[in-house]
Design a protein around this ligand. Structure first.
Ligand code: TLP
Length: 341
């Protein structure tokens, strides 16, 4: 038994999901004739109280399209220092859109209204034009932390009053939703665009959606084609997404419980230096300086457990649909039995 905690992207489609995929009605999505993609886009737009949505291959693509549509070359994007758009999208905002990031030091990935206000450039010719604010909910590198509805509302108001576009990287927004008393319909209207991923906690093999008003999505559709993301009979994938939204949202709580359990186990281990608070399905912890992360990962892997190094002494575990209670017991036992001088 291999236990893969490197990411929640590693899940395989369930039998029921595969059945739904096999039964999908398909057409050519570049011609706008893909019934299952159209159904998924309609469903997600309605869910988030927005006019339209666009199905894309990845969350990187939905974020990068949003940045391109919301900015002009030479603009500046405000985001947290841990943001995926800055750290893990291959420098895409610079190469695709010709924009730069101004990095804010948020509270576990969460930026505040004050920070946004203080970092909007006045409109002098020699200063970069601030045009977009991007937040991540839940925050990945921030350890799965989430924003409250109030925090998102306040940021939305400040963006409106300064005429800044506001984008949500909601790759794991459903993880935030199941932990809070807000719904997709509460969130959508606060943003100019929202990106959601089906291939993380929701367990679909591929797919992300970008949600926004009709004019934004019309522009986004064009950029998707330019980026090479126009797919044809993508209904097989969209069917997995519809299945995931209907069946795999409420169960995310289970992943959160398992992640919290892992954090409790780690907190008692002598070779663990610190653990970020665990709010959802991501556990980031630091090994003591005497323990080599490479040796730790190799030893885990030799015992059938895969985890990810997350810079310096940090290790990341992500719980997901394919991580069961039996696996949790095996990980607990393995971690407890490991000894480091
Ligand atoms: N994150 C991946 C890696 O890229 C780090 C992971 O394993 O967590 N936004 C956020 C917040 C993400 O965590 C990710 C994926 C993306 C966007 C990009 O999604 P994909 O992988 O579909 O391009």
């Amino acid at each position: 038994m291999i236990i893969d905690l490197r990411s929640d992207t590693v899940t395989k489609p369930t039998k029921e999901m595969l059945d739904a995929m096999m039964q999908a009605e398909v057409g050519d999505d570049v011609f706008g004739e893909e019934p299952t993609v159209n159904a998924l886009e309609k469903k997600v737009a309605a869910m988030f109280g927005k006019e339209a949505a666009l199905f894309c291959p990845s969350g990187t693509m939905t974020n990068q399209i949003a940045i391109k549509v919301h900015t002009q070359p030479g603009d500046e994007v405000l985001c947290d220092v841990t943001a995926h758009i800055y750290n893990y999208e291959g420098g895409g905002m610079a190469s695709n859109s010709g924009v730069q990031a101004k990095l804010l030091q948020g509270d576990r990935g969460r930026i505040s209204v004050e920070q946004v206000k203080q970092n909007i450039n006045p409109s002098y010719d020699w200063l970069t034009n601030t045009s977009l604010v991007c937040i991540e909910n839940t925050g990945n590198r921030a350890g799965g932390s989430y924003y409250s509805l109030q925090q998102m509302k306040e940021l939305s108001e400040v963006c409106k009053s300064y005429k800044l576009n506001f984008h949500l990287d909601g790759a794991r927004i459903f993880n935030a939703i199941v932990e809070n008393d807000y719904t997709p319909a509460d969130i959508g209207p606060l943003f100019d665009s929202v990106s959601i991923c089906l291939s993380k906690g929701l367990g679909a093999p591929v797919g992300s959606l970008l949600v926004g008003d009709r004019e934004f999505i019309t522009k986004a559709r064009r950029v998707r084609k330019v980026f090479g993301g126009g797919m044809r009979q993508a209904g097989y994938l969209a069917a997995a997404g519809i299945y995931a939204l209907d069946h795999h949202v409420d169960r995310l709580n289970e992943d959160h419980h398992r992640a919290k359990h892992l954090s409790e186990v780690l907190s008692k281990l002598s070779y663990v230096d610190s653990i970020l608070p665990v709010d959802t399905n991501i556990v980031i912890f630091n090994l003591k300086s005497s323990v080599s992360p490479d040796s730790f990962l190799t030893s885990l892997s030799e015992q059938g457990i895969k985890a990810a190094g997350f810079g310096q002494q940090a290790i990341r575990f992500v719980t997901h649909l394919d991580f069961t209670d039996d696996m949790l017991m095996k990980v607990e036992e393995t971690l407890k039995n490991m000894t480091w001088k």
